[in-house]
Design a protein around this ligand. Structure first.
Ligand code: GAL
Length: 690
C-alpha cells in the first residue's frame, strides 16, 4: 500500500471547527488621537538602535506600534524555553516613551524547531504536496499539534503582558490565510466532515444540497467525502463552495481560540489584520469582522494600477461596510513606498504617502499605520519600504512621515467620527466571488474584483459615497443598491434585495447575479432566477465573447467579455445590442416599480456606458456628491456630534478647486466659498455649521 500524500501522520483527532456567534462590542479607541505607527520588529536590530527608534518615533508622533508579529521563535527558542528578556526591555522602553503597543500573538510564523519536530503541521496543497518550511503561515488550521503549541505560547505571552498599561491592543496572528488559506490533508478532511454535519445536518441533506446524483457521486458514508483535491477535473460546485467556507471558518476558529486565551488575561481590545480589497478574498471577511473589537486592514496600492486611489477607496468603503453601524476601523498596514512583492517595486511619488493615508482616514480609518517602522537590512523583506528607510532620517520618505505625523495630530478631533451616511451601496460576497471564479462556468476567466470596481469607480469619480456591504447588510437605508455578478445568493438575501425597488429605491443587478442559490445550485425557470420577476426581464442563453471579440451597443459603447439574450416581460430596453448574434436585443433594461426601479445589465459594459447609466441613476435617485469639485478631486465627509470634516484629495498634478467652506485643519487657512487643493495635496476642512 502506498502512503497517501495527504496523510498527516499526526496523532489525535482534527481540531473541531465551529464558530460561535460574535459578542457585540462598542468601537475600540486605541490611541489618544488618530493612531500612527507601524509594525515594529526590534528583534532584527541590536539594542543600541532601540533607543534611537523610540526617540525618532516620538519625533514623528508615533503612538501605536504592532510589536512581535513574527517573534515566536525569538522568544520561545526551544520547546517550552522562553527568553522574555528582550521583549520585556522593549515593552518597557516603548511604555516610557509613551508609545502604545498592539501586541501580536506571533503564531503567523511558527519557529523552525517546531516545524522540524512536527513537519506534519504544515499545510498540504490540493495535489498532495506538503509546504516545506521557510515561509510564513506554515500551518494547517485543523492540526491539533499546531493548535496546542500555538495556544501554549499565546497563554504565556498574555499572562506576562496582559495587564501591561502599554498594551492598547492585541493583534492576533497576521493576515490569516495569507499562506495557508486552504489545506487538503486528512485532518482537514475530518474537520470538514464535522463542519458539514453542523451546517447541513445529515448526509442526505449534503447529497441533496450538492446534487451528487450527477456522475453518480452520491455519498453513502461521511468518510467518502473528501476535500476538492487534485489538479484536474471539476469538483462538485457545492462541495467546492462548502470547502471554501469551511477553510475560512477553520482559520477563524484559530483566531477565536487565540483571542479566548488572550481575553482570559487582558481587557485590551482584540483584532487581527485583514486583507480586504476588491474581489473575493481568501477568507469570508464578513464573518470575521464581528469578532474584532476594531476591524483592521492591510492595504497596499499597486504600482501598475492607474486607478490605485479608487482601489484604495473601494477597500476602505468595504471596511466601513463590515459593521452595520459603519464604525471607524483601522488601517493597520500600508506602505511608505512600494512593497517588495510586486513585479516592479517603484517608490511612491511625492505627496502620495499623505494622500493615500488620509484617503483611508477620510473613509473611516481612525489612523494610518505601515509595514514597517524601520527597513530590514536582511531577510526576505529587505527591499520593502519603511517609515524609516535604509537611508535613514535624511530621506524624503522620513520627511513625509514627519509631515504625516503632524497632519494626523492636527486631525485629532476626527477620531471617533463616522463617515457621512452613504445613500448608495454595492453588495459584495466572498463566497459568490469564489463560486464565480471556479469550476466549469460559461466564462472561466471573469474577474469578480474587476466587476465590483467598475461600478464603484463610476460613483467614486462622481464623489457619490457608497458603502461596500456584505449580503447581511440592511439595505433599507440606501436609495441605490448595486449587485454586480453576485453568482450565488441565499433566498432571504435575494428577498431583501427585491424589496429595494418595492419601497421606492433603485436596484441594479448585473449579469450572472442571482443565478445560483447559496449551495451553488442553479435557480431554474430562466436566469437570473433570484431576480427575474423584479427585473421584469429574463435570459435563457449566454453568449460570452471570445478574447478579441467585441459587440457594439446602440449607446455607442463596445462590449467585451460577456453578453446574453434577454427577453423582456414588463421592463423596457434602455440600451440594446447593435451588432453580432444579439443585434436588436436588449442589453440593459429597466423596470419601473412604484416610485422605484429595477435595472438589469446583461453585458460587461465599457466605462463610458457605465458612466451614462451612473448619470441617469444619479438623476433618478437624487444622489448628491460630497462636494462639487474639479475632476480628479476626491471628496468625502466625516461627521460627529455637531461637527463635520470634509476631506478633499487632489489626485492630479495641477491645483484644483472645490466648492466648500471651512477651516483647513492641516494648514489653518480658511476658505469660503471656493477652496483650492494644491496639486497632489490634501485639505481637511472643518466645515462651518449652517
Ligand atoms: C503584509 C504582511 C507584512 C509584510 C507586508 C509587506 O501582507 O502582513 O508582514 O509582509 O505584507 O508588504
Amino acid at each position: 500500500m502506498t502512503a497517501s500524500p495527504w496523510h498527516s501522520g499526526e496523532p489525535g483527532s482534527a481540531v473541531r471547527v465551529s464558530v460561535p456567534p460574535p459578542s457585540p462590542r462598542p468601537p475600540a479607541r486605541l490611541a489618544d488621537g488618530l493612531a500612527f505607527g507601524g509594525d515594529y520588529n526590534p528583534e532584527q536590530w541590536p539594542r543600541e538602535v532601540w533607543d534611537e527608534d523610540v526617540k525618532l518615533m516620538r519625533e514623528a508622533g508615533v503612538n501605536l506600534v504592532s510589536l512581535g508579529v513574527f517573534a515566536w521563535g525569538t522568544v520561545e527558542t526551544a520547546a517550552g524555553v522562553r527568553d522574555w528578556s528582550w521583549l520585556d526591555d522593549i515593552v518597557e522602553l516603548l511604555h516610557q516613551g509613551g508609545i502604545g503597543i498592539g501586541l501580536a500573538t506571533p503564531t503567523a510564523a511558527p519557529p523552525s524547531w517546531l516545524l522540524a519536530a512536527h513537519p506534519e503541521i504544515a499545510p498540504v496543497l490540493a495535489d498532495g504536496f506538503r509546504e516545506p518550511p521557510g515561509g510564513r503561515l506554515a500551518w494547517c488550521a485543523a492540526s491539533p499539534v499546531f493548535r496546542r503549541y500555538a495556544l501554549r505560547h499565546v497563554e504565556a505571552l498574555a499572562e506576562r503582558y496582559g495587564r501591561h498599561p502599554a498594551v492598547r491592543l492585541w493583534h492576533i496572528g497576521n493576515e490569516f490565510g495569507g499562506g495557508n488559506a486552504r489545506c487538503y490533508c486528512d485532518l482537514s478532511a475530518e474537520a470538514f466532515r464535522d463542519w458539514l454535519r453542523d451546517r447541513h445536518g445529515g448526509l442526505d441533506a449534503v447529497n441533496a444540497a450538492w446534487g451528487t446524483q450527477q456522475w453518480g457521486h452520491r455519498f453513502g458514508a461521511w468518510e467518502e467525502i473528501l476535500p476538492p483535491r487534485g489538479r484536474h477535473g471539476a469538483p462538485n460546485p457545492g462541495l467546492y463552495l462548502d470547502y471554501e467556507r469551511f477553510s475560512s471558518d477553520a482559520l477563524l476558529s484559530q483566531y477565536l481560540a487565540e483571542k479566548a486565551v488572550v481575553e482570559r488575561h487582558s481587557a485590551a481590545p482584540v483584532t487581527t489584520n485583514l486583507m480586504v480589497g476588491a474581489g473575493a478574498q481568501v477568507v469570508d471577511y464578513a464573518t470575521w469582522a464581528p469578532h474584532t473589537a476594531i476591524a483592521a486592514n492591510d492595504h497596499y496600492t499597486l504600482v501598475d494600477d492607474p486607478l490605485r486611489e479608487q482601489d484604495l477607496a473601494f477597500a476602505a468603503d468595504r471596511m466601513r461596510g463590515l459593521f452595520p453601524d459603519r464604525r471607524p476601523w483601522l488601517l493597520m498596514e500600508s506602505s511608505t513606498g512600494s512593497p517588495s512583492w510586486q513585479r516592479r517595486n517603484r517608490a511612491k511619488d511625492p505627496g502620495e504617502i499623505a494622500r493615500h493615508s488620509l484617503g483611508h482616514v477620510a473613509r473611516g480609518s481612525d489612523g494610518a499605520m505601515f509595514f514597517q517602522w524601520r527597513a530590514s537590512p536582511a531577510g526576505a523583506e529587505q527591499f520593502h519600504s519603511a517609515m524609516l528607510p535604509h537611508s535613514g532620517s535624511r530621506s524624503r520618505v522620513w520627511r513625509e512621515v514627519l509631515e504625516l505625523g503632524r497632519s494626523l495630530k492636527a486631525l485629532r478631533e476626527v477620531q471617533g467620527t463616522r463617515v457621512e451616511r452613504a445613500r448608495a451601496a454595492i453588495v459584495v460576497d466572498d463566497p459568490a466571488g469564489w463560486a464565480l471564479q471556479h469550476g466549469l462556468k460559461p466564462h472561466r476567466s471573469l474577474s469578480y474584483g474587476r466587476e465590483l470596481r467598475e461600478w464603484h469607480r463610476a460613483l467614486w469619480q462622481r464623489n457619490l459615497l457608497c458603502d461596500v456591504v456584505p449580503p447581511s447588510a440592511d439595505f433599507d437605508g440606501y436609495d441605490l443598491v448595486m449587485v454586480p455578478t453576485l453568482l450565488t445568493v441565499a433566498e432571504p438575501v435575494a428577498a431583501r434585495l427585491r424589496a429595494v425597488p418595492e419601497r421606492g429605491g433603485t436596484l441594479l443587478v448585473t449579469y450572472l447575479s442571482g443565478v445560483c442559490d447559496a449551495d451553488g445550485r442553479v435557480i431554474t425557470g430562466g436566469f437570473p432566477g433570484a431576480f427575474r420577476e423584479v427585473l421584469g426581464a429574463w435570459t435563457d442563453e449566454f453568449y460570452p465573447l471570445q478574447e478579441h471579440e467585441t459587440v457594439a451597443l446602440d449607446d455607442g459603447g463596445t462590449v467585451t467579455e460577456w453578453t446574453e439574450r434577454v427577453h423582456l416581460e414588463d421592463a423596457e430596453s434602455i440600451v440594446g445590442y447593435a451588432s453580432g448574434t444579439l443585434a436588436g436585443a436588449p442589453a440593459v433594461t429597466r423596470r419601473p416599480v412604484g416610485d422605484g426601479a429595477a435595472w438589469y445589465v446583461s453585458a460587461h459594459l465599457p466605462p463610458d456606458s457605465i458612466d451614462r447609466i451612473a448619470d441617469r441613476l444619479t438623476a433618478e435617485t437624487g444622489l448628491v456628491p460630497a462636494a462639487e469639485a474639479d475632476p480628479g478631486v476626491e471628496a468625502v465627509r466625516r461627521v460627529g456630534d455637531g461637527s463635520s470634516f470634509l476631506f478633499l484629495l487632489n489626485h492630479t498634478d495641477a491645483d484644483r478647486n472645490a466648492e466648500a467652506s471651512g477651516l483647513d485643519l492641516l494648514t489653518g487657512e480658511a476658505f469660503d466659498p471656493i477652496v483650492t487643493i494644491p496639486a497632489n495635496g490634501v485639505r481637511v476642512l472643518r466645515e462651518t455649521p449652517v
